[in-house]
Design a protein around this ligand. Structure first.
Ligand code: ATP
Length: 625
């Protein structure tokens, strides 16, 4: 039996951006009951525009890798957005395609389609079989294709190929591969074989009728196609590529879906996971977050490899043109715009055969020495484990003196020297860099701690007092001025271009709000210009007495609670009661993140004065005053 070790092909470690395509579904007659017209339209194969809710006489333009208009066929979507990434799977790399968008905007139509208009999934699987067939004929590799199919329903991972199974666990191996122990994996050898398993499994997916979609998907569905290819001749290299095809459940505004009871609970889980998805994208883009919150939902945990990981990823954002979807469409487009900034690093997952002779000799040695059955079993168990999890033989230092182990190590070393020098050097460099960063972080933390001690002394408190943030120091983040420095997320969310345009139709959208927002923005900038002015409620001098870096840390801490805190955590903030906490949650659900504390003014009933007093109370409390 061949001993295998995991290696990665350093030569393929290039970065690649998540490709983002937007697909606009055709207007469905009954969706536009009020005959309000359309709020979004395509400009060309990469650009589209949507009415600007802040100023109805303007439109907001977006640029994506591809724009698929109402008339685009299923075949065209597949050829332009999905087909180009499929060959990577046959080279041991991972790829993923996921459909994102509001409920009823066409995600399932895009991914699954119908028998008359098959979508991405059947087309991609058929294409993989065709690619394998073409490759088989001219190369010395054997291919095997398998599938798994699961759904995440109410934060439970359910096996669609084995519907009676319970919630499955998600694990990560030492190479950062996400695994689901117990998930059915079925080998398929033709497209009709795939269809035989896939069609009944799709019927197991949880769907229900809501006000917005008669057959709404209540879960996120993930189909995994795994292609393993093995060299026929020695050294019998083996490469494994995976394709994830994901049909996400739609984001929902429950005021419009009319959801109640179980539908409302499902909706809560759907919105929570999509909100976490948005947080993951934000922290990947910010470049400052130490921890990307993949673990905050099952969905993001499973998509870890597709966002900021090693997969070639394509996101198809589905949108609907009718006015009643306006805000959903707007936020979906903003999510899509920020997703296209994510960078992945695909690489080949490969295993190679290691000479088997020494293993056999070791066993013979044991038998010759009459070492009994127990140690022998133990050794066999260890060998099996190594094969299963790819752990390095260097872990068995106690048996280094055994000639068999020495031989295996030498063989392994030779292999690594011959094909992996570049990769090893890269890894060593990475380790050195990480160590340096950790050291710098430690030094920064000490600096903050001593500043905090100094600060509390100056404030006349007992010098014995524990330094602020000693144990729960927020991760060090790039310093950001909340008033002048443009925020990265804002830069994405803001219109790429705003132009005075012929209005699309029905332009009287929330004009009042736009005036309101502008007025507030002006006031905030006024405050910057007049630091000591009487009108300036926020900057009444108290902030200038505090250490700026500690102040910034506290701001980030409060912002984090505003952006990701539960109802209870929000209520834990000063001056935030039940009603305000709910309003904040509601705002978050619709608009996403607050980029700075002052954004709280956008929440209903949060006046400038209230926000100012909120900030003072919470900042002082966070700083231990
Ligand atoms: N490009 C399209 N062409 C024709 N019909 C479409 C298109 N996109 C969507 N539809 C139709 O619109 C309806 C809603 O689409 P679909 O069920 O795919 O939405 P969804 O985004 O998956 O919704 P949910 O999140 O609620 O599951 C369906 O009847 C579908 O056939």
């Amino acid at each position: 039996m061949a001993q295998r070790v995991a290696v990665s092909d350093g030569s393929h470690k290039k970065t690649t951006r998540v490709r983002v395509a937007v697909r606009l579904r055709p207007c469905m007659g009954k969706e536009d009951e009020k005959d309000e017209g359309l709020c979004v339209r395509g400009l060309d194969s990469q650009n589209l525009e949507i009415v600007n809710w802040r100023n109805a006489t303007e439109s907001v333009k977006y640029h994506f890798d591809a724009f698929h208009g109402e008339q685009t066929t299923q075949q065209e979507v597949f050829v332009s957005s999905v087909k180009p990434i499929l060959p990577h799977i046959l080279n041991g790399q991972n790829a993923s395609v996921f459909a994102y968008g509001p409920t009823g905007a066409g995600k399932t139509h895009t991914m699954l389609g119908s028998p008359e208009q098959p979508g991405v999934i059947p087309r991609a699987v058929r294409a993989i079989f065709n690619l394998v067939k073409a490759k088989k004929e001219d190369e010395g590799w054997d291919y095997s294709i398998g599938m798994s199919y699961l759904e995440i329903y109410n934060e439970k991972v359910l096996d669609l190929l084995s519907p009676s199974s319970q919630d499955l666990p998600i694990r990560e191996d030492k190479d950062k591969n996400i695994l689901i122990p117990g998930l059915t994996h079925t080998t398929i050898d033709s497209f009709s074989d795939f269809d035989k398993h896939f069609v009944p499994a799709s019927l197991n997916r949880t769907t229900a009728s809501t006000k917005l979609n008669q057959r709404s998907s209540r879960s996120h569905a993930i189909l995994l196609i795994k292609v393993v290819r093995t060299q026929r001749a020695p050294p019998r290299r083996q490469q494994t590529g995976k394709l994830y095809l994901v049909d996400l459940a739609g984001s929902e505004d429950n005021r419009r879906t009319g959801n109640q009871g179980i539908r409302l609970k499902e909706s809560g889980a759907i919105n929570l996971s999509l909100f976490t998805l948005s947080k993951v994208v934000d922290s990947l883009n910010s470049g400052t977050a130490v921890r990307v919150p993949y673990r905050d939902s099952k969905l993001t945990r499973l998509l870890q490899d597709s966002l900021g990981g090693s997969a070639h990823s394509v996101m198809i954002t589905n949108i609907a043109p009718e006015y009643k979807y306006y805000f959903d469409t707007f936020s979906a487009l903003n999510f899509a715009a920020k997703s296209k900034l994510i960078v992945n690093k695909p690489f080949t997952r490969e295993t190679v055969a290691v000479p088997v002779l020494p293993v056999k000799r070791a066993r013979e040695d044991h038998q010759a020495r009459g070492s009994g059955t127990e140690p022998q079993k133990k050794k066999q168990k260890e060998e099996r484990k190594t094969e299963h999890d790819g752990s390095s033989p260097s872990g068995h230092i106690h048996s280094l003196s055994e000639p068999s182990v020495m031989d295996r190590l030498i063989a392994l070393e030779k292999l690594m020297m011959s094909c992996q020098d570049k990769d090893r050097l890269g890894m060593l460099k990475d380790v050195a860099q990480s160590r340096k960063e950790i050291q710098e972080l430690k030094e920064k933390q000490m600096e903050f701690e001593s500043k905090a001690v100094l600060f509390s002394r100056l404030a006349g408190e007992k010098s014995k007092q524990e330094p602020a943030f000693k144990n729960n120091v927020a991760p060090l983040q790039r310093k950001q001025s909340t008033t002048t420095k443009p925020n990265k997320q804002q830069a994405v969310v803001q219109p790429l271009q705003v132009s005075q345009l012929q209005p699309l139709q029905q332009l009287a959208v929330v004009k009042k709000q736009s005036v309101c927002v502008k007025k507030k923005e002006r006031k905030l900038s006024d405050q910057v210009e007049l630091p000591d002015g009487k009108e300036n409620i926020m900057n009444d001098g108290w902030e200038s007495q505090l250490d700026t870096s500690v102040l910034e840390q506290s701001r980030q801490k409060i912002l984090q609670v505003l952006n990701s805190g539960s109802l209870k955590e929000l209520k834990g903030l000063q001056q935030i009661g039940d009603k305000k906490a709910k309003l904040i949650l509601g705002w978050r659900e619709i608009h996403g993140h607050f980029t700075k504390l002052e954004d709280l003014e956008k929440v209903e009933s949060m006046t400038e004065k209230r926000v100012s007093s909120f900030m003072k109370a919470n900042l002082l409390s966070a700083m231990g005053k």
